[in-house]
Write a new protein. Sequence first.
Length: 254
Amino acid sequence: MHITGNTVFIPGATSGIGLALALRLHDRGNTVIVGGRRTELLDRITAEHPGLHAVRIDTTDPDSIRIAAEQVLTEHPELNVLIPMAGIMRAEDWTTPDGFLATAEETVTTNLLGPIRLIGAFIEHLRSRPDATIVTVSSGLAFAPLRITPTYNATKAAIHMLSESIRLQLADTSVRVVELEPPAVRTDLMPGHAENETAMPLADFIDEVVQLIESHPEATEIQVETVKFLRYGEARGDYPQVVAALNQHDPHGK
């Protein structure tokens, strides 16, 4: 993926990593469309950042995805980058169905079905572009589990393998598949996350991501240095130690 000259749609870009990345890509000369559920929030973002575009979308709703895709492609037929960013991360207690089942189902719908449906809505158009990119968003937790978020971990592991698989299918097309693998970043993804001093500051994360995209445009995985502790534990042979370190400060742990 090249750092500039793109038309980029980022569903789930009204806060956190999604919004920060949208603003940085906009600053680097890309046309950026942010997507989210709350029209008042989208209106505020576009008012505060002239030149940024917005489309209402609920990535848990197939009809909303279809309608938003039609709007994006009508208004921005040059679209060549899709970044399905929307996601939720919630604690679960798997010792009882009441402690996890509803949350698990919602997490799968948002974190896995959402990106699959979004790619399905845009893949035909992206294949028609001479140079297109799908940027999936997994997590360091795709490679080492956090005890309190089993379904989040599982959906991100699924996104990793989905990325690997569709990259193979699209190898002979104009569409590249790039996987962004964030570590813990100071956002509001979970309560207390933004104040977590062990997490990476958001601005530092975006700085490093943009630098990696610019310096390695052919990369298939975007990995800031911090996430490599989780990403390569199994390959290094210290996976048990990685899991133990990841969960040692878990207040819900045993």
